[in-house]
Design a protein around this ligand. Sequence first.
Ligand code: SF4
Length: 348
Amino acid sequence: MEKPNILALSPQELRQFLVELGEKPYRAGQILGWLYHKGAQSWGEMTDLPKALRDKLAALAEIGLLPLVKKQLSADGTGKYLSALADGQTVETVLLPYDIGSGACISTQVGCKMGCRFCASGLPGFIRNLSAAEIMAQVLLVKGELGKRGLKLKRLVLMGTGEPLDNYDSIMAFLEAVQDRERLGMSLRHVTLSTAGLVPRIYDLAGFGRPLNLAVSLNAPNNALRDRLMPINRAYPLERLLPACDHYAKKTGRRVTYEYILIEGVNDRPAHAAQLAALLKGRLAHVNLIPFNAVPELDFKPSPADVVREFARTLADQHINVTVRRRLGADIAAACGQLRNSNLKTPG
Ligand code: SF4
């Protein structure tokens, strides 16, 4: 029989499991405290559990954490972590050391189906969805690493490899665990989900009715260019995507962030900025401009700093809320999926 994975269990299911083992249900609270808040990596570290129970759990249950395969630290504090999954696949997670709140950028799938032309993550193709437990294990990894630096985990972004809304059920189970007071206990106000634009799932998410932040990877102000950069646009063009985002903003009262990766000579011209401003005018929207992180496998280049500034100014002049994301981890191949890709090429 397969051993239960503790990270996959709800507190109620864990209590039930303990009762079945002939143990007291209140032990669940101690175990969850060790896993989610005290950074325990093994049963042996849970020192307020009787030794006999620790031995029993070691034999009968999986703790659910993922072994680390590779780690890269940037001079600016960004950390990239590659963890091994039970089936031999790997998953990449990023520690974000922002002053405004240290956080984790989490992957939601192994590979990705969306095929965005500027993205390293999708290059090796789609392998499989991650489970809610595998997603949570990434959070706990970063929480532990931040703890070693004396920092707290303040926010989560679902912006790593994969399209979160293409793995909807796992994401819903994960978000449940995030906000559950007995598990991570973090408000969804501090969580951002980024999508390439799966319109029906944006409506589902609006129905979820929680204050989760929605970010949409937009990257182009018209369908012709977005079709080229993001094949998903052919299924859900801008005239369907933007009303879905408006609906989300209306239902949740939270403005939608539009992510716009600036690629030299592709989508960074003044005309693109003007078109983007016209598209978003009057919407509950915020634009996050992201200088492209060069990927060796792709021909695209980052827009020069003065072009980025000019693009931001055009938007601001039209009263569009805009920020430019700081480049992080440029010295450690910070575009999502690059650590996993390099590991695929040079195993070990
Ligand atoms: S940008 Fe996101 S959705 Fe697009 S291919 Fe990369 S991981 Fe997938």
